[in-house]
Design a protein around this ligand. Structure first.
Ligand SMILES: [Zn+2]
Length: 285
């Protein structure tokens, strides 16, 4: 046998062996389109910062006793199938790859919903359009926060009890005109019912906005933010620390709304995720 052939054969063997050992070790996470999910790694190699890269996004992770953990999410528009997620430690300048995981993204159907609202909330006057654009910028800043508030990864509760009147992800049409998809869940409840913070955090933004009415954004840390829309009253101030279950406002029908309800949103490093998926993280404890 010539030497080159032998070398080739041993290289192929080594590659196969490596592939087999990586397959045996690779961990898998299953999540549906729009789901938030827990990412964790046990590794002594994590020094400095830790983060996960998945899709086009970077999800900061909190250091734990033996590694790092945090919350990541699948964009609603992601095509189902296996996707790679990579956990890094160190610094952005000198990243150290800690682990590669596979996220099995499962498909999910999002139905259409047609709503009738005041036409002035669909075809905006020049003044309203300017206002909406101005507010979009302010809201983007809140959603863009990546603070290091001490997130409670597993401590989540519904902001209020009630019938879920609209699920997450619906393709929405307002007076026949296509709008953006339904980015949270709607919980029907009488006006004035207390709305409670889903977990501990810090109030990042409050305001009366064109589309979302009386609104509160709570920053839970590490890219995780919840929002409470259409309220009749706001009970907290910007920058205030809140505990899980603390009242942030009261149910109402302000902004572009068709009746008294709470719209509750979950943002995970900018991904508009299904708030209900956060409770699966609860179960992992
Ligand atoms: Zn809603």
């Amino acid at each position: 046998m010539d030497c080159k052939l032998l070398l080739n054969k041993s290289i192929i063997f080594a590659v196969l062996l490596l592939a087999a050992s990586q397959n045996a070790l690779a961990r898998e996470i299953t999540a549906k389109r729009g789901d938030a999910f827990l990412v964790s790694a046990q590794s002594a190699k994590i020094t400095g910062e830790a983060w996960a890269e998945f899709g086009e996004r970077v999800f900061p992770l909190r250091k734990t006793e033996d590694g790092a953990a945090g919350i990541a999410a699948v964009e609603r528009e992601t095509v189902a199938g296996p996707k790679e997620l990579v956990i890094y430690g160190g610094s952005r300048q000198k990243p150290v790859k800690i682990e590669e995981l596979t996220v099995r993204v499962e498909d999910r159907k999002f139905p259409e919903q047609r709503l009738k609202v005041d036409e002035s909330k669909v075809t905006l006057s020049k003044e309203d359009l300017e206002r909406a654009l101005r507010e979009k910028e302010i809201i983007s800043k809140a959603i863009g926060l990546r603070s290091r508030e001490e997130i409670d990864l597993a401590e989540w509760a519904k902001p209020l009890e009630g019938v879920e009147s609209s699920p997450y992800g619906l393709d929405r049409y307002y007076n026949g005109k296509k709008g953006s998809f339904h980015s949270g869940i709607d919980i029907a409840s009488p006006s004035g019912t207390p709305v409670k913070a889903a977990s501990k955090g810090r109030v990042a933004l409050t305001g009366d906005f064109f589309y979302t009415g009386n609104t509160v954004f709570v920053d839970h840390g590490y890219g995780v933010i919840t929002a409470y829309f259409h309220m009749s009253a706001i009970s907290v101030k910007d920058g205030e620390e809140v505990m899980r279950g603390q009242e942030v406002g009261k149910v109402g029908s302000t902004g572009r709304s068709t009746g008294a309800h709470l719209h509750w949103s979950l943002y995970v490093s900018g991904v508009k995720a299904d708030p209900n998926s956060i409770f699966d993280i609860n179960a992992i404890r």
